[in-house]
Design a protein around this ligand. Structure first.
Ligand code: SAM
Length: 193
């Protein structure tokens, strides 16, 4: 089964099983202003996007049709696509979030290039990932391996290196608050190179 098959199977129950504790830390790092355009990459059922409130233009993109069906039920705008091939123009978004999805991406380096391409210069991107140093996360990672999901977890330092290597500037790195790490980066105003 492909990774997408796994998410299609659990889409109906996803929000009930995986409770989102709240967007406060994420939004604090994202610093979005009213009416800005936010892209939620690997946004699945819209579990996270639905907590942003109505002040922004939010699009959830994800390749899993069943996950996106759940997001549509929440009246969220959706786009069926891979992070590695985003069907958006250069600089189309002011803000990007990637929550609990980066480790699932097939080609993480290509996806980072694409994320920075569709982010406007000066725009901000926040990646939230399970902290692979913690035992509960290690157990989840083992479970995903047994389910033949090809997850690849990064430490926050390595995540930072990937984004810096693609030309982004790190503005914040959090790793002590809970079972997640959060990295906030900005696309440089000269285009990131
Ligand atoms: C663990 S879920 C997280 C969903 C959502 N971000 C949340 O926190 O509720 C991971 C999501 O990543 C999506 N995904 C997997 N591979 C992807 C890819 N190459 N590009 C974009 N999304 C992908 C899956 O379909 C799934 O919806």
């Amino acid at each position: 089964m492909t990774q997408l098959g796994h998410f299609d199977l659990i889409a109906r129950f996803y929000d009930r099983v995986f409770r989102f504790p709240g967007p406060e830390r994420l939004m604090n790092l994202l610093q979005a202003r009213p009416s800005e355009r936010i892209l939620d990459i690997g946004g699945g059922t819209g579990r996270v996007s639905q907590t942003f409130g109505g002040d922004y233009v939010v699009i959830v993109c994800d390749p899993s049709w069943h996950m996106l069906q759940e997001a549509r039920r929440k009246c969220i705008i959706v786009c069926g696509c891979l992070a590695e091939h985003l069907p958006f123009a250069e600089g189309a978004f002011d803000r990007i979030v990637v929550v609990d999805a980066f480790h699932h991406l097939h080609d993480q380096h290509a996806a980072v290039e694409e994320m920075l391409r569709v982010l406007r210069p000066g725009g901000r991107l926040v990646v939230e990932e399970p902290d692979i140093r913690r035992w509960p996360v290690k157990l989840v990672a083992l479970g995903e391996r047994l389910l033949l999901m090809r997850s690849r977890f990064y430490s926050i330092a390595d995540l930072g290196r990937v984004f810096e290597g693609a030309g982004a500037r790190i503005v914040a790195a959090e790793e002590e608050h809970d079972l997640n790490v959060r990295l906030a980066v900005e696309k440089k105003r000269d285009g990131g190179r």
